[in-house]
Design a protein around this ligand. Structure first.
Ligand code: HEC
Length: 193
């Protein structure tokens, strides 16, 4: 049905432009189509940027966050990252040692929520490196690259969840290594240790 409609649409438009091959996609219809798609993308883009699946903007001061002080944000993010590390270790135990996807399921959901740009980025308030933190100052000079590190991690976690859902333990082991590599790659660039 959809195909038929499409066919009719092009036939109609092309016929109007006196192209005699019925059903053939005339050039101008294609160009128009591309133009409309381009316009639609342009129009949709700002809406997409405003939704949840985009990376949060850099918090310039504690006022833009739910924290009461910069110190609180630093302490919170360090605790959060330690918990994330324990979760990953526990998941290795569930999926690689025990091959128990059912046991892993709630922990995977927790990892997905906590090891995310949305959860972690708001705690990286501009300039909160130095005493009490292992964060490098370059985080705030290269915010987009830093944020991309968490987006990369989210992708690796999604692959891990897919493997666990399919009870493919070999793929889960591979995905866990990829998760670990994603953590390390950001640490190499943005953490003193
Ligand atoms: C996009 C960058 C980024 C990614 C991805 C990332 N981290 Fe980190 N991590 C940091 C930064 C920056 C610090 C230092 C934070 C601070 O001290 O203020 C840190 C610190 C830590 C710490 C030390 C916490 C403490 O204070 O003792 C642990 C543990 C940790 N991360 C675990 C992980 C694990 C596990 C992953 C992957 C599942 C991960 N991180 C992914 C940037 C990242």
């Amino acid at each position: 049905m959809q195909r038929y409609l499409k066919h009719r649409y092009f036939k109609h438009r092309c016929a109007k432009q006196r192209i005699q091959r019925p059903g053939a996609l005339c050039k101008s219809a294609l160009h128009k189509g591309a133009l409309y798609i381009g316009l639609a993308l342009l129009l949709c883009a700002p809406i997409t940027w405003a939704t949840d699946d985009t990376t949060p903007a850099m918090p310039h001061s504690v006022d833009n966050t739910s924290f009461t002080s910069e110190r609180e944000a630093v302490v919170w993010r360090r605790e959060e990252l330690k918990d994330i590390e324990s979760l990953v270790r526990q998941l290795r135990f569930d999926l690689v040692n025990n091959q128990d996807a059912e046991e892993a399921a709630p922990r995977l959901l927790e990892l997905q929520e906590r090891a995310s740009a949305n959860n972690l980025l708001p705690a990286f308030i501009a300039g909160t490196h130095g005493t009490g933190s292992e964060a490098r100052a370059s985080i705030w000079e290269e915010w987009d690259d830093f944020a991309a590190g968490f987006v990369d991690l989210e992708g690796k976690v999604a692959t891990l969840i897919e493997a666990a859902n399919q009870e493919d333990y070999r793929a889960a082991a591979r995905a866990l290594s990829e998760v670990g590599a994603s953590c390390k790659s950001c640490h190499r660039a943005y953490r003193y240790n």
